[in-house]
Ligand binder design. Structure first.
Ligand code: AHR
Length: 329
């Protein structure tokens, strides 16, 4: 706590504002495992704590920093872009060695990324992309291929209904508006299902990647749409909230309404094994070790690939039952 207060006093008003708006920042001092005499300091601006996926991602980053001997300055932006920008500016002021962040939305990063570049601090994007045309503003992007995830969800649906000619009414719970996973999962899914006109997305709205908003939006979908065959939720948490809404409306999730989600968190996989979800597209949050490795290389001036895609799979109900006991998140 003393450390945090002194840091705030030294770096002044900007940092005070950041800590006030973002739910605070935290320094994790680590020992051992470093690659040189001087420990690398990483500033990490996290999206928030909106989902089970995000909690697992934060834990992976914090634990991996410790293991890699990297001093981690961590801030939680509470899903607000302005908080992330403040956090990044404070890391620039503090002259950290490397900045990493998972951008809450895709647009609006050029100015702050130019500031980091001018200060000669390398930036690593994790999990989510930015839409900046100038790719020299960041050194690498480590994360999932969200378009591919959406396609996998769409393909499962196409395969399920391959023998039917009847219309299939789909509702979609989108992630945070303007975020890469929401944009890309929607686009990938629609690319695949649009090949057959029997698939109709009859309602699509953001549930902001949270369980509470997923439930709320699904309740509204159920009220205004008497026939829903399928729910495609952009993450497990919204799907789990929607299950509560479906049960509340006297319907059986997984049977009356088929459910596809993304992530494969423990709670999602449990619902899949229980038959309440029908199919999950994995999105792996455990990218801490790869991030620390890339950070060390970038700080050492080594060349790294512009894009590192995380390895992912999909799960049926049977597969969920098999792998649940060994899942790490
Ligand atoms: O960016 C990854 C997404 O963000 C995950 O699918 C979701 O659960 C999280 O909030």
């Amino acid at each position: 706590m003393f450390k945090r207060i002194s840091a705030l006093l030294i770096t002044g008003a900007t940092v005070l504002a950041m800590a006030g708006c973002s739910g605070g920042s935290d320094d994790t001092a680590n020992s051992g495992g470093g690659s040189g005499d001087k420990k690398i300091v990483m500033g990490f601006a996290q999206v928030g704590a909106e989902s089970g996926w995000r909690t697992a991602n934060t834990k992976s980053i914090q634990e991996s920093a410790k293991e890699a001997g990297i001093t981690l300055k961590f801030s939680d932006a509470q899903q607000k872009q302005e908080n992330q920008i403040k956090a990044i500016r404070s890391y620039i002021q503090q002259k950290v060695d490397v900045i990493a962040f998972s951008p809450v939305v895709e647009s609006g990063w050029d100015t702050v990324l130019q500031e980091a570049k001018a200060a000669k601090i390398p930036v690593v994007l994790t999990d989510r992309a930015v839409d900046s045309k100038d790719t020299s503003l960041y050194r690498t992007f480590l994360g999932s291929d969200f378009v591919e995830e959406g396609k996998k969800a769409g393909q499962w649906l196409v395969d399920q209904y391959k023998d039917s000619k009847d219309p299939v009414n789909i509702v979609q719970l989108e992630g945070t508006t303007g975020s890469a996973p929401a944009n890309d999962r929607k686009s990938g899914f629609e690319q695949v299902i649009s090949a057959d006109p029997k698939f109709k997305v009859i309602a699509s709205q953001s549930g902001n990647f949270t369980r509470a908003e997923g439930k709320q939006v699904m309740e509204a979908f159920l009220k205004s749409n008497p026939k829903i065959d399928v729910l495609w939720a952009h993450n497990d948490d919204m799907g789990l909230g929607a299950i509560e809404a479906i049960e509340g409306a006297g319907k059986v999730p997984g049977k009356d309404i088929k459910i596809i989600t993304a992530d494969a968190t423990h709670d999602g996989m449990q619902a899949l094994a229980d038959g309440k979800i029908n199919f999950i597209v994995e999105c792996n949050p455990l990218m801490g070790p790869q991030l620390m490795d890339l950070a060390k290389k970038v700080v050492a001036g080594e060349t790294v690939p512009q894009r590192v895609v995380t390895d992912e799979t999909t799960f049926t109900q049977e597969q969920a039952k098999e792998v649940l006991p060994s899942r790490k998140y």
